[in-house]
Design a protein around this ligand. Structure first.
Ligand code: PLP
Length: 212
């Protein structure tokens, strides 16, 4: 199958409520251009400098930063990204706010639901205080939640995590926050995540092939 065919197959497998974020980390400009030509608009990168370089080369795409944001890299993200998926500290919000010109960045709070030490993200209990604190910085608008569940053989094992994330967002909306976006699901389980409320699924390998 060609990249355009893989994109189409993936789109057909998702409900209209889930948008496809093509994770283009380690992928060259030519393949990204090919995806753009096949009407894929949104691309995700997890290294700030790669995002800066690719956004400069392909400004017609919409760029999402999906990695852990370090303060000294915030300038690249603030300038080149439209979305930031994995905020887990108020200092990141503060830095992005100070550096952002133009329309506010859309941002999601990363939640570490299984409390894995090797991953970023805040605990469930820390979500609302962070969302609350971020309202002081209007160049960053928190619009949803992000998660990356523990590695599992069976995609169904992720369902409790996706339900928990959707539940947290509902609680936030009841408290008056705009938590309408859920970024969850990768190549292994995009359809499962979409069926449980994902508004963004983050798919790399299934589109661009295995990363070396
Ligand atoms: C790499 C990456 C993905 C994509 O994973 P695939 O298995 O290649 O689909 C999704 N989310 C994040 C945060 C990533 O870093």
């Amino acid at each position: 199958m060609s990249l355009a065919e893989r994109l189409n197959a993936l789109r057909l497998s998702l409900p209209p409520t889930a948008r496809l974020l093509a994770v283009s980390k380690t992928v060259g400009l030519q393949a990204i251009q090919e995806a753009l030509d096949a009407d894929q608009r949104d691309f995700g990168e997890n290294y700030a400098q790669d995002l800066r370089d690719k956004a400069a080369a392909l400004p017609s795409a919409t760029w999402h930063f999906i990695g852990r944001l370090q303060r000294n890299k915030a300038k690249y993200v603030a300038r080149a990204a439209s979305w930031v998926h994995a905020i887990d500290h108020i200092e990141q919000v503060e830095a992005l706010h100070a550096l952002r010109a133009g329309p506010p960045l859309r941002a999601l709070v990363a939640v570490n639901l299984a409390q894995e030490a090797t991953k970023g993200g805040v605990s469930s209990a820390a979500v609302m205080p962070l969302v609350e604190a971020a309202t002081a910085y209007d160049q960053v608008q928190i619009v949803g939640l992000f998660t990356m569940p523990p590695m599992a053989e069976d995609p169904a094992a992720n369902i409790p995590f996706y339900e928990a994330l959707a539940d947290l967002a509902r609680q936030g909306r009841r408290a008056g926050h705009l938590l309408t976006e859920l970024s969850m699901g990768t190549s292994a389980d995009a359809a499962v995540a979409a069926a449980h409320g994902a508004t963004w699924v983050r798919v790399g390998t299934a589109l661009f092939g295995a990363r070396s």
